[in-house]
Ligand binder design. Structure first.
Ligand code: TRP
Length: 327
């Protein structure tokens, strides 16, 4: 079985974009892979976040992972900070990475631009991500397009470390899901649907009510030529709706476009399909909220399984660089 690892930041309510772009594929991956999925709470500290909110968001994220269908019997679901080797390996990898290569990370440039003070953790963020991946000898890493460069860095660090100190790490590959990898904002279809931009009408939450979903789809921006066809460049709003319908019904956007002559009919069906898709998630979420001790036990078990793997990799890496073993 292929070892798969991915992580998601505990950034408050998950969006439909998180679900169709990532989580839906995580659920599929668990069928025939040995999958590790973590809530990356340490990564969240690179931004200003209230401690209470971070704690609540981390639990919330874990509940959502279970609600969308991750099965703790088949996947290891855990919280990053519960496994201390993530930070320990980060140090060894910070001494492998160079300031030059971290300065070239586009996400760092974007997020630090125009800010007077920038946390050092924002700069080393991709190294922590590399540690997440390398600790578990992950072969396949499902990530969105925006994380491709970070994954490339993880590969570079693995190779450099292995060359310098001997075979220690598995060199990971990206596993970028093809279909519906990018769900766009319903009001600004040229940008990605994201919780972090303020666009309440453009963003569908994983836990939105059917009424909210229907309203947001009805108000989604389209165009004035009135023709239903799939054209990402000329008709980005409509293309996004077709992508959503395709993702929700496992079709292709070109296929699902057939048979529609009016935007209103398409929107009605998109809303219905999304409601169908998200209803079981909402229901399972409500059940889990009533059984938080179950969620806690899943995370404890996940942390213990993850730790079992991580401590072996870390011990090998520490030995390779010449740290004196404690006993
Ligand atoms: N940086 C990733 C993101 O913003 C989240 C992440 C952290 C991650 N660690 C990871 C993804 C390890 C894949 C593997 O989406």
């Amino acid at each position: 079985m292929t070892r798969v690892l991915s992580g998601i930041a505990p950034s408050g309510d998950f969006t439909l974009g998180n679900y169709l772009g990532a989580l839906k594929h995580w659920v599929t991956f668990q069928d025939d892979n040995d999958a590790f999925y973590c809530v990356v709470d340490l990564h969240a500290l690179t931004n200003e976040i209230d401690p209470q909110v971070l704690r609540r968001n981390s639990l919330d994220a874990a509940i959502n992972l279970l609600a969308v269908g991750l099965d703790p019997r088949r996947s290891t679901v855990f919280v990053q900070s519960h496994v201390p080797e993530h930070t320990r390996l980060t140090w060894l990898l910070e001494c492998t990475a160079t300031v030059g290569e971290l300065s070239r990370m586009t996400q760092f440039k974007e997020k630090s631009e125009g800010h007077e003070t920038v946390r050092a953790g924002l700069f080393t963020y991709p190294v922590l991500m590399a540690a997440d991946i390398l600790l578990y000898a992950a072969e396949a890493v499902p990530v969105g397009d925006d994380q491709r460069q970070h994954l490339e860095l993880a590969r570079t660090l693995a190779v450099r470390f292995n060359n310098r100190y001997g075979e220690t790490f598995t060199v990971p590959d990206a596993a970028i899901p093809g279909a519906a990898a990018r769900v766009m904002d319903l009001q600004h279809p040229e940008r990605k649907m994201s919780k972090s931009v303020d666009s309440p009408l453009g963003t569908i939450g994983l836990l939105d009510s059917p009424e909210e979903i229907t309203r947001k789809i009805r108000k989604a921006v389209t165009d004035t030529d009135g023709e239903v066809r799939y054209d990402r460049v000329a008709k980005p709003g409509l293309a996004n709706l077709l992508d959503l319908l395709a993702a929700a019904t496992d079709g292709t956007p070109q296929e699902v476009a057939k048979g529609y002559t009016r935007y209103g009919d398409l929107k009605k069906d998109v809303a219905e399909a999304l409601n169908e898709l998200l209803r079981p998630v909402r229901e399972r979420r409500a059940e889990l909220e009533r059984d938080l001790s179950y969620v806690g036990s899943v995370l404890a078990e996940g942390a213990s399984r993850a730790h079992g793997v991580a401590k072996l990799t870390y011990a090998r890496a520490a030995d390779a660089v010449g740290l004196l073993p404690p006993s």
